[in-house]
Design a protein around this ligand. Structure first.
Ligand code: IFM
Length: 451
C-alpha cells in the first residue's frame, strides 16, 4: 500500500466524521407511520432510476442503526451528519409530530452521544413530503412555512442534546436536478422557470434558522454544494460563461445568506425578484446570522460559452488529464483548497466557520476474500485532506471534515451502481465490509486526534 507522509496536526476539537442521508440509507418507507416522500413516488416512474432500483430497503439502516453506529465508533469519528426524513416526523408535511418518527431520531441521537459522536442532523436532504409536492412543492411559498413548522417540532424534541443543526442539503442540486432537468424527484423539467424554487428553499432556510433558535438550537448551518468554476479559455465569452455558471451554482445559494442579496442572474433572464417571488423582508430573514457554512465539494467545473443550440448561458467542457471516479467525475484535490480560499476572499468577514459536510468518491469496489481494496478512495481522501490543511494554513477557518459517505448506499438516479462508502454494503444480504479506506481513515484519525 502507498505510504502517505504525515499531515500537520489538526486543531483540538476538529470534527472528523461521515455524512449520510435518510432516503439513501434508511429503508422502512412505511414503518411507524412514515408518510410518502417525493422519492418514494419518483423511483416508481419507469426509466428514471438505473436498473429500476429503489430506496425501499436501501441499507436497512432503520433496523441496523446500532450496527452502523458501532462501525462509526470503531472508525473513531467524533461527528456524524445524517438527515431526518420529514415524512417520519410529519407524514403529510403538516400538523402534529408523529411520536414514533421523533422517537427514532431521539434514539439515534442518544446512541451517538453515548459513543462520543456529535450529531449533525440535516433537516432536508431532498425527500419532500409528497403531500406538499401535490401543493406545488418548492414552487409554492407556503412550503417554506411548513418547513419552519417541521424544524420547530424536531428541535423542540432534540435541541436539548443536539448542538449543530443543518437546514438544507445542496439546494442548488435539488433545484437543478429535481426542478430544472427532472432527473431527480420530483421530476420536473422547468429549466429556468424553476428559479423560484431557489428563493423558496432559501426562505425556508431563513424561517427555519429562527424556528431552530427559538427551540434552543445552539449552532445552525446550511450545506451547499460548491465548485470552483474554470473558464475553458481566457476569451471574454468563456469568462462570461464561467461567471454565469458561478452565479447559479455557487452564489445563488450563498450570497443571499451571507450578503443579503441575490447575484446577477440576468444571463438567465431573471431579475433580483427571481421571477416575482421575492417579497419585502425575505432577504433579511434569509440573511439571519449563521454559525457555520457546510461545504460539499466533489470537483471543479470547466465551462465555455454555449453553442447556438444551448438554452443556457454556458456549456460544460471536460477537465482532462486528471484521474476520474467511477462516476466519471474529475478528481482534483487542489480544487478544495482553491474553493476554500476563494470563499474567504469573496466573503471576508461575512464568512462563518466552515465544516466540510461532504467530500468523497465512487469506485468500482468489490469484496475479494473478505477484503475491499480501494486505493483510489485512499488517494482521494489523502489528497483532499492535504488540500484542506493547506487552506487552513492559509487562514481559512475550517472546523470539521465529514466524508461522503459511511457506507455504499442508494445513489439517487444511479441506484446502487455508484459506491461512495468507506464500508461496502452487499445490497442482497446487507453484509457490511469495511474497505481499506475505512482502516486507513481510522488510523489517520487516531493520529490526528491524539496529536
Ligand atoms: O449522494 C450524494 C448526496 O446525496 C448529495 N451530495 C452528493 C452525493 C454524491 O453524489
Amino acid at each position: 500500500m502507498t505510504a502517505y507522509p504525515p499531515l500537520p496536526p489538526f486543531p483540538a476539537g476538529f470534527h472528523w466524521g461521515t455524512s449520510t442521508s435518510a432516503y439513501q440509507i434508511e429503508g422502512a418507507p412505511t414503518e411507524d407511520g412514515k408518510g410518502v416522500s417525493i422519492w418514494d413516488t419518483f423511483v416508481r416512474r419507469p426509466g428514471v432510476i438505473r436498473e429500476a432500483q429503489t430506496g425501499d430497503v436501501a441499507c436497512d439502516h432503520y433496523h441496523r442503526t446500532a450496527d452502523d453506529i458501532a462501525l462509526m465508533s470503531d472508525l473513531g469519528v467524533n461527528a456524524y451528519r445524517f438527515s431526518v426524513a420529514w415524512t417520519r416526523i410529519q407524514p403529510d408535511g403538516t400538523g402534529p409530530a408523529n411520536p414514533a418518527g421523533l422517537a427514532f431520531y431521539d434514539r439515534l441521537v442518544d446512541a451517538l452521544l453515548e459513543k462520543g459522536i456529535t450529531p449533525f442532523p440535516t433537516l432536508f436532504h431532498w425527500d419532500l413530503p409528497q403531500a406538499l409536492e401535490d401543493r406545488d412543492g418548492w414552487l409554492a411559498r407556503d412550503t417554506a412555512h411548513r418547513f419552519a413548522d417541521y424544524a420547530a417540532l424536531l428541535a423542540g424534541r432534540l435541541a436539548d442534546r443536539v448542538e449543530h443543526w443543518i437546514t438544507l442539503n445542496e439546494p442548488f442540486i435539488h433545484l437543478a436536478y429535481g426542478y430544472a432537468f427532472g432527473v431527480h424527484a420530483p421530476g420536473r423539467a422547468l429549466m429556468t422557470d424553476a428559479i423560484p424554487v431557489a428563493h423558496h428553499q432559501l426562505l425556508a432556510h431563513g424561517l427555519a434558522v429562527s424556528a431552530l433558535r427559538s427551540a434552543g438550537a445552539a449552532r445552525v448551518l446550511i450545506a451547499n454544494n460548491l465548485t470552483p468554476v474554470w473558464p475553458a479559455t481566457d476569451a471574454a465569452e468563456d469568462r462570461a460563461a464561467a461567471d454565469a455558471y458561478d452565479a447559479l451554482h455557487n452564489r445563488l445559494f450563498t450570497d443571499p445568506i451571507l450578503l443579503g442579496r441575490y447575484p446577477d442572474l440576468s444571463a438567465y433572464g431573471t431579475g433580483p425578484d427571481l421571477g416575482g417571488v421575492v417579497r419585502d423582508g425575505d432577504l433579511e430573514l434569509i440573511a439571519a446570522p449563521l454559525d457555520g457554512l457546510g461545504v460539499n465539494y466533489y470537483n471543479p467545473t470547466r465551462v465555455a460559452a454555449p453553442g447556438p443550440e444551448h438554452g443556457l448561458p454556458f456549456q460544460d467542457v471536460p477537465i482532462d488529464g486528471v484521474p476520474r471516479s467511477a462516476f466519471d467525475w474529475p478528481v482534483v484535490p487542489d480544487g478544495l483548497r482553491e474553493l476554500l480560499v476563494s470563499l474567504a476572499d469573496r466573503y471576508g468577514a461575512a464568512l462563518p466557520p466552515i465544516h466540510i459536510t461532504e467530500n468523497g468518491t465512487s469506485a468500482d469496489d468489490k469484496v475479494v476474500a473478505g477484503r475491499v481494496a480501494d486505493p483510489e478512495r485512499i488517494a482521494f481522501l489523502d489528497g483532499h485532506i492535504r488540500a484542506l490543511a493547506q487552506a487552513m494554513a492559509a487562514g481559512v477557518d475550517v472546523r470539521g471534515y465529514l466524508t461522503w459517505t459511511l457506507m455504499d448506499n442508494f445513489e439517487w438516479a444511479e441506484g446502487f451502481t455508484q459506491r461512495f462508502g468507506l464500508v461496502h454494503v452487499d445490497h442482497e444480504t446487507q453484509a457490511r465490509t469495511p474497505k481499506d479506506s475505512y482502516y486507513w481513515l481510522r488510523d489517520r484519525i487516531k493520529e490526528w486526534r491524539s496529536a
